[in-house]
Design a protein around this ligand. Structure first.
Ligand SMILES: *Cc1c(COP(=O)(O)O)cnc(C)c1O
Length: 418
């Protein structure tokens, strides 16, 4: 823990903890503006130092000089699988089980449909009522296309036991909830779903790069995740797709593009899926975006996720403690499990006028975000945050609340992205 049990944490305690922090050196591996405390790495991860030169080199050498030859010479064609193999150790997958896909939304559609097709006699898909909306929107399309597929929603007070039966084909779950930071027990939940004869699709958007994940150990069927959040792949970086090797032959993704074909350059009129994970590819991948993603994934190869997790829990514990002891008069609820096993790497705080308070905070260099109707959301990316950052962020927030600085009229104006 940061500080000493029984006495209030001080800024000096935070400085002392940071001096012992084995991940502290990674701060230098990121470009962050002077004076900014970045608590939104769960929405868009920070820019790694090596990304701009790597991307520039791909643009100048591979595109500019290599031209179309780079599909072979620079290994462009195989990049989705090569980068998939770099994601694999971060989520406990084996080689050949992960490929870089399209946006998370498109990849979810690919996987959900493939999963539903693998349980033809069953007519129900279970999802969470409060899941990230795109997951539910895509599920609605899958239902329509599959014809007569029923959706059963898990409410905040219901459990899997309430919804699982012999009709359930697939269960779609977020490992860490994007609003509350609550984390499922991947292994126990997967086992419960398998016991009911259903398949599971895990959405790892808010856990990949923040929490150690063992997809192989938990025998997960399908998973998808964002690479632009904790993994720092850059705005719009494509998602990753995991399909357990045992399902590769049976999986039939609905979007059958030429990059998923067994022999794309035969240009034959009939579709025949590639063996293995490659059948989840669709069309020409965004090479410049993949160059950015590759540069960050190479850095991630050397990082110990257990260390990341330990620091994440220390920072979220500190934040919760400081908010409760210093901001109790304004904060009606700190929305995150106190139990470490059920906590991701974020903390949401319920505050009246949370939107305006967040705008005032961002104006002072402390960047978090806001999720309607009333949650101020803070993400803790351990590679570039210190305990002292957390201390300073809470001090700025306290000042805004004590002085009512958030009441300035400009903070009430809603921007399109919150
Ligand atoms: C961030 C996020 C997405 C984003 O999907 P995109 O297609 O990349 O915009 C989807 N699902 C969850 C759970 C997320 O947190």
């Amino acid at each position: 823990m940061i500080g000493h049990a029984g006495t209030p944490v001080t800024r000096a305690d935070c400085l002392a903890w940071d001096r012992e922090d084995e991940l502290a050196a990674y701060r230098e591996r990121f470009v962050l503006p002077e004076g900014v405390i970045y608590l939104d790495g769960n929405s868009l991860g920070a820019l790694p130092v090596q990304t701009a030169p790597s991307v520039e080199s791909v643009i100048r050498r591979e595109w500019g000089q290599g031209l179309v030859r780079s599909w072979n010479d620079a290994g462009w064609f195989a990049k989705p699988e090569v980068l998939g193999d770099l994601v694999a150790p971060l989520i406990g997958a084996g080689p050949g089980e992960v490929v870089i896909g399209e946006s998370t939304s498109v990849s979810l559609f690919q996987m959900l449909t493939a999963a539903v097709r693998m349980r033809p006699g069953r007519r129900v898909v279970v999802a969470e009522e409060r899941s990230f909306p795109t997951d539910l929107y895509l599920l609605a399309s899958v239902q329509e296309i599959a014809g007569g597929l029923e959706r059963r929603l898990l409410g905040p007070d219901s459990t899997l036991d309430d919804v699982l039966d012999d009709d359930v084909a697939v269960v779609l779950l977020s490992h860490v909830d994007y609003r509350t930071g609550t984390m499922h027990d991947l292994e126990t939940v997967t086992r419960r779903i398998h016991d009911a004869g259903a398949l599971v699709v895990w959405d790892l958007c808010h856990s990949a790069g923040a929490v150690p994940i063992d997809l192989t150990g938990a025998e997960v069927d399908f998973a998808v995740g964002c690479s632009y959040k904790y993994l720092n792949g850059g705005p719009g970086a494509p998602s990753f797709i995991y399909v357990a090797a045992r399902h590769h032959e049976a999986a039939a993704p609905p979007l059958t593009g030429w990059h998923g074909h067994v022999d794309p350059f035969s240009f034959t009129p009939g579709y025949e899926p590639a063996p293995g994970i490659s059948r989840f590819r669709i069309g020409t991948p965004p090479m410049i975006s993949l160059a950015a993603l590759e540069s960050t994934l190479l850095m991630w190869q050397e990082i110990d996720l257990d260390q990341v997790r330990a620091k994440s829990l220390a920072l979220t514990d500190l934040f919760i403690d400081l908010v409760e002891t210093r901001l109790g008069a304004w904060v009606s609820e700190v929305v995150v499990p106190r139990d470490h096993a059920a906590r991701g790497s974020q903390v949401s705080v319920r505050v009246d006028n949370g939107y305006a308070v967040m705008q005032a905070l961002i104006d002072r260099g402390v960047i978090g975000d806001f999720r309607a109707p009333d949650l101020m959301r803070f993400g803790f990316a351990p590679l570039y945050l210190s305990a002292t950052d957390v201390w300073d962020a809470v001090a700025v927030l306290a000042e805004i609340l004590e002085t009512n600085a958030w009441q300035a009229p400009q903070y009430a104006v809603r921007q399109s992205v919150t």
